[in-house]
Write a protein that binds this ligand. Structure first.
Ligand code: SF4
Length: 234
């Protein structure tokens, strides 16, 4: 008989017991998040944190401070964050100019109105697609949307359905639907889900070579059951 599907609240409880309570390690203000996101490449928490600290120290992060700095100085400050600092410097200048010119220097205050319009405005910023817009809207306290970490939408889909889809957008939507249907529409519940799924996707449930034998939910994971049917956990 097929085992029952593990519901999102039970998954989150197990992950929280294993990893502990999670907190965001990035600025949750929408504008500051956009800056932080471009401080590292490839974008990871640690790369972005390195570039962010250097940028704060050498230039500052407010729109006016970025616009007053030369592209060369910005690129130099962004170097600790990894690759293509020159390109990331240009992106930061673009972000700062838009926030200054179109939002009067205060992006958070300017993101008012219907959520569809807010998302449209956010997606005009470089490197912000649906997952980025969802994350900004949720952590920025604008709406408790079911945001899913952009680099690990596969976690929930694997546990509940087995193998994730080849199409990233389909996997993202399936994860989003599960969170929407099975968690309360509150900021606390949705940020908790995001952070725990992110932690698990970056820790054990990596996109390639997940470490299933160590996983706290392996006994009820459809992916694991399918892979290891008839075998002992490896
Ligand atoms: S058992 Fe494996 S695939 Fe399933 S959640 Fe854990 S690490 Fe991911």
């Amino acid at each position: 008989m097929r085992p029952a599907v593990l519901r999102v609240p039970e998954i989150l409880r197990s992950l929280e017991s294993y990893y502990g309570t999670q907190e965001p390690c990035w600025p949750t203000d929408p504008y500051l998040f956009l800056v932080w996101w471009h401080c590292g490449y490839p974008a990871s928490d640690s790369a972005c944190a390195k570039g962010w600290e250097a940028l704060k120290r050498d230039v500052g992060v407010e729109p006016r401070q970025l616009l007053e700095a030369s592209a060369a100085k910005l690129a130099s400050a962004l170097k600790p964050g990894g690759m293509v600092p020159e390109l990331r410097a240009m992106r930061l200048l673009e972000i700062a100019a838009r926030v200054q010119n179109e939002f009067g220097g205060d992006l958070r205050a300017g993101l008012a109105g219907p959520m569809a319009e807010v998302r449209k405005a956010l997606k005009k910023f470089p490197n912000i697609a649906d997952p980025g817009a969802d994350r900004i809207v949720l952590f920025g306290g604008m709406a408790p949307v079911p945001a899913v970490p952009s680099n690990c939408p596969h976690v929930l889909v694997r546990i509940q359905r087995g193998q994730e889809r080849e199409n990233y957008g389909v996997t993202y939507r399936e994860a989003q639907q599960a969170i929407e249907a099975e968690t309360p529409a509150s900021f606390d519940a949705r940020t908790r889900a995001f952070l725990l799924l992110k932690r698990h996707g970056q820790g054990l449930c990596k996109r390639t070579n997940p470490r299933c034998a160590e996983c706290p939910v392996n006994s009820a994971c459809a992916f694991f059951a399918h892979r290891h049917r008839g075998r002992s956990p490896a």
